[in-house]
Design a protein around this ligand. Structure first.
Ligand code: GLV
Ligand code: GLV
Length: 323
């Protein structure tokens, strides 16, 4: 019999095409670019065999209960899975697909772009040109921080962290530090030095957060953390907003404890337009666009569609999350 699938948002047509051509499921879709209302999500998943969701959908006990015992597979259009209640999913024997690897290059690229934009004050410069603040070439105006000769610290040298390190090294980075649960043999390629977190934080000119959000990393970047950073250091986060204590970051930025910060992720998302961080010239905030290239999003949609189909049919998934 034909299986039922619910998709929580419009996704690139590459993914929709795969699902319709497979002919194994009947797809219903929250046909919008905006978040599915909770009530519609609960209604949409009822009796579903498959759920294709996004990182902005909270997949908790209530959603799993609403889906009921038919549910075989959840396919998320993301590499992160902190939005899903993994213990509850495991308990119910539901398989999970995700999209690692295919977004690594795009996300590393965005991280480098954000790092340079923040450290070299591009958004401030753009505003000055538009508002008439550019009066002449001034030796002391809009100076920032460069990578040449610097020490970069990557917190979480996983797939994306490593891709960031590979891209930053050619800018003349002198030392590449990293921290995490274990030393990585592949770090040799970027001459990465495995150091305790405290050492990374106090010795780095650029601190780049690229770790998963877990109970251990939640709130990791707090008051103590920012106090240890150099006054001239740049803080970059493209992982998850909840790794950072934003009140503490605001204090560090407004008091000059650290030089500047670039964030592609915040708590909450979207960040309210009246949030204190948005009043600061030394904070650059992007709307979670790490993987946002046309081709990457298309490939993510294909992969999540193929993960979903494999989950429905009980075959090997191209990218199954083992947990
Ligand atoms: C993006 O943040 C993702 O998890 O894919
Ligand atoms: C900058 O444009 C310079 O000529 O130094």
């Amino acid at each position: 019999s034909i299986m039922k699938v619910f998709i929580t948002r419009r996704i690139p047509q590459e993914g929709m095409k795969i699902l319709s051509q497979a002919g194994v499921c009947k797809v219903s879709l929250w046909d919008s670019d905006e978040t599915v209302p909770r009530a519609e999500l609960l209604k949409g998943v009822a009796g579903a065999h498959g759920l294709l969701c996004l990182l902005s959908d909270k997949i908790d006990t209530e959603v799993l209960d609403a889906a009921g015992p038919n549910l075989k597979v959840i396919s998320t259009l993301s590499v992160g899975f902190d939005h899903m209640a993994m213990d509850e999913i495991k308990k119910r024997g539901v398989r999970v697909g995700y999209t690692p690897d295919v977004l690594t290059d795009a996300t590393a690229e965005l991280t480098v772009a954000l790092l340079l934009a923040t450290a070299r004050r591009l958004p401030e410069g753009v505003v000055e040109v538009k508002n008439g603040g550019w009066s002449t070439w001034k030796p002391l105006w809009l100076c920032g921080y460069g990578l040449s000769g610097s020490t970069v610290g990557v917190i979480g040298l996983g797939r994306i962290g490593m891709a960031i390190a590979r891209r930053l090294k050619p800018f003349g980075v002198k030392r590449l530090l990293y921290s995490g649960r274990t030393a990585k043999s592949y770090a040799a390629e970027v001459e990465g030095e495995y150091v305790p977190l405290d050492t990374l934080v106090s010795e780095s000119d650029f601190v780049v957060v690229s770790c998963a959000l877990t109970p251990e990393t939640q709130g990791l970047c707090n008051k103590d953390f920012f106090i240890k950073m150099k006054n001239t250091a740049v803080f970059i986060n493209t992982s998850r907003g909840a790794v950072v204590n934003q009140e503490d970051l605001y204090q560090a930025l407004s008091s000059g404890q650290i030089a500047c910060a670039g964030l592609d992720v915040t708590t909450p998302e979207p960040l309210p337009t009246d949030h204190p961080l948005l009043t600061l010239n030394n904070c650059v905030v992007l709307p979670h666009i790490g993987s946002a290239t046309y081709s990457t999003r298309g490939i993510m949609a294909e992969l999540s569609a193929n993960n979903l189909l494999a989950g429905l049919q009980g075959t090997d998934m191209p990218s199954e999350l083992k947990f």
